[in-house]
Design a protein around this ligand. Structure first.
Ligand SMILES: NC(=O)CCC(=O)C(=O)O
Length: 299
């Protein structure tokens, strides 16, 4: 593929992306098989970056996370880590970048994290993000959920270099509510912010699209929100409505609540065009308030 010279330096060439909206059930092997089938389908449509939803290998329930958790390392043991092994194989079999939704991850001390692993087209683990902001909320008459009952929080902002394309910032679902990490990733040169997710039917209609578009407009980057599909029989029926927004905050791909795959082609130059038209990147008043991107050590 030809590398565009007319790009904005953030995204180096056109990138076809796919968000796979599926739901997961109690059968881990079945969840993995479904994810693989959909990844193969997206790859056959020539997507080069494929995103899965949050907890695609397990039910989204605090009671399940420990049972479905797996260790994560560069050398994968498929017996101990079938979900991470399956992701690596999906990437190498299709030659695509895989943003591996999330999988409950168990560390050596027995802590459990909600973790997104990213694999290269060769099946190499490029990065992992542990959900930094745990989903602990209680909306009267609506949803109550407490991830911190079983999960520990990650403590780093994750920026991943996708060789040949540029950088992405990564968060998981509730992380998208926090503007600071997205600002920091964008100022560090990310062309897209990607959030594997499973919003719910109380906050979904209120905030899902708003947040996806807001993070895009705040930072003048692409955003990709990849949700679980809605399973009315589940203890946690997810919102769905996976979407991709462009740097102007316009929705360029979306679906409704059922299983689906959405596609979008991210184009070089679009970020620069929107930053030139609305030049907030160079109008910031860092003489009045600090540049948060300079306050964080990302190492
Ligand atoms: N899985 C999650 O983090 C859900 C986040 C959510 O629904 C929200 O309202 O935020």
């Amino acid at each position: 593929m030809q590398i565009s010279n007319s790009g904005d330096g953030l995204l180096k060439k056109s990138l076809k992306v796919a968000c796979i909206q599926i739901s997961s059930g109690p059968n881990k092997a079945r969840n993995l098989a479904k994810a693989r089938e959909k990844v193969l389908q997206a790859a056959s449509e020539r997507a080069s970056l494929i995103v899965l939803p949050e907890c695609f290998n397990s039910p989204y329930s605090t009671a399940s996370f420990r049972e479905y958790a797996e260790p994560l390392s560069h050398s994968i043991d498929p017996q101990k880590s079938p979900s991470f092994a399956a992701l690596a194989k999906m990437a190498s079999d299709t030659g695509t970048f895989i943003i591996g939704g999330s999988v409950p991850e168990r560390d050596l001390s027995g802590n459990i994290y909600n973790t997104c692993a990213v694999y290269s087209p060769q099946g190499k683990l490029l990065a992992s993000h542990r959900k930094m902001h745990l989903f602990d909320i209680n909306v009267a008459g609506g949803i109550s959920f407490c991830e911190s009952d079983t999960l520990s929080a990650g403590n780093k902002i994750t920026i991943v270099d996708l060789e040949g394309y540029g950088r992405i910032g990564l968060g998981i679902c509730y992380d998208m509510r926090f503007a600071e990490p997205s600002t920091i990733a964008s100022r560090q040169g990310a062309f897209a912010l990607i959030y594997p997710s499973a919003f719910n039917t109380t906050t979904g209609p209120l905030h899902w699209e708003l947040l996806g578009r807001a993070r895009a407009v705040d930072n003048q980057v692409y955003t990709m929100l990849c949700s679980q599909s809605r399973d009315p029989a589940s203890s946690y029926p997810a919102w769905g409505y996976s979407m991709v927004a462009d740097p102007m905050g316009q929705i360029v791909a979306k679906t409704e609540e059922k299983e689906d795959i959405i596609y979008a082609t991210l184009e070089p130059g679009v970020i620069t065009k929107s930053r030139t038209a609305i030049p907030i990147t160079c109008q910031r008043r860092h003489d009045v308030y600090p540049d948060i991107a300079k306050l964080v050590d990302l190492q």
